[in-house]
Design a protein around this ligand. Structure first.
Ligand code: FAD
Length: 281
């Protein structure tokens, strides 16, 4: 597990993540820091997660890295209390605003979507430096886009890592991809900044063609990728002039986290094996 994970996770400490971000900067990639973990057991744990993110934000600023922090709702207590998660996200958003940094609210499985969107709405009313993640897998996502009030908006568009029931989500690859493109276009039309988080080159080509045709420049979009996944593709995007931001997760909880991820979405094993034997690139 460790040797498989080491490709995707630079290490257990903030220093490991910073070292990776500096190496990425040398290749003209920007970054995102994520501390591994989810579903904290109590309020104390949630508060210490926010402290750790605060330290990460301070280090990003001190090293003048072009990076920001990205936080899972249940890592800051959403499953304990929505108010607690809102309070802790606000504390971190305030700190990030002081440091002139951005904060991304991530999206977990469908049982958390409503609460996450409510927390994001509360944050957005107070802060400009916060963004959300939306999943094209879920049938509800176009309606969720319509429901987000007007004003500046930054969305990371993803397919969705959690396998969801067919009653509420697309389960086949083609509709998930088609919905992704449709949702991203809907977001562009309402003026959002869109982080195109994918390693799917077909989907990426469709969206870069759309941007070119509609005069949407690199101030309105970027690619986001996971460390260790299809690096030749990011290089090709970068060389073609598209900004690419790399997600760098770290933390002592890598083993528990990787095991849970594999259990929740066994397709990751297929990705891993394809990638491992270089059939995916
Ligand atoms: P796929 O069709 O799954 O993959 C395209 C190609 O990339 C295939 O060749 C595949 O083999 C390869 N590939 C993809 N993933 C891997 C992998 N892990 N290992 C090896 N090869 C791989 N999901 C959420 O639900 N919530 C989030 O908050 C969230 N944040 C994300 C942040 C970033 C920066 C990224 C890149 C993804 C995030 N995701 C999140 C995950 C996302 O939902 C998808 O599960 C993931 O990106 C894989 O989908 P894909 O678009 O790359 O397409």
């Amino acid at each position: 597990m460790r040797s498989l994970s080491s490709r995707y996770i630079p290490g257990e400490t903030l220093d490991d993540a910073l070292r990776e971000l500096r190496a990425l900067r040398d290749e003209d990639f920007t970054g995102i820091i994520d501390i591994l973990g989810e579903d904290v057991a109590d309020e104390r744990a949630a508060r210490s997660v926010v402290q750790a993110y605060g330290k990460a934000a301070e280090a990003i600023k001190a090293e003048e890295l072009d990076a920001y922090v990205s936080v899972k709702p249940t890592h800051v207590g959403l499953n304990l209390s929505e108010d607690l998660a809102a309070e802790l996200y606000a504390e971190l958003a305030r700190k990030c605003a002081e440091l002139d940094l951005f904060l991304r609210v991530e999206m977990e499985d469908h049982t958390t979507t409503d609460a996450t969107l409510r927390v994001f709405a509360r944050l957005r009313a107070e802060f400009d430096n916060v963004g959300i993640v939306l999943q094209s897998r879920l049938f509800r996502t176009p309606t969720d886009i319509d429901a987000i009030p007007a004003g500046p908006l930054s969305v990371r568009m993803v397919k969705g890592i959690y396998l969801e029931p067919g009653k509420i989500a697309h389960v086949d690859p083609d509709p998930i991809r088609d919905e992704y493109v449709a949702c991203a276009i809907k977001l562009f039309e309402r003026g959002a900044f869109v982080s195109i988080a994918t390693h799917d080159d077909v989907l990426a080509d469709a969206l870069t063609a759309y941007c070119k045709e509609h005069g949407i420049g690199t101030d309105r979009y970027e690619f986001q990728v996971l460390l260790g996944v299809r690096r030749p593709l990011w290089r090709a995007w970068r060389d073609a002039g598209h900004p690419v931001r790399v997600y760098v997760p770290f933390g002592p909880e890598w083993r528990a986290y990787s095991t849970r991820r594999l259990r929740k979405n066994p397709q990751i094993v297929r990705h891993l094996m394809r990638d491992f034997f270089s059939l995916g690139d």
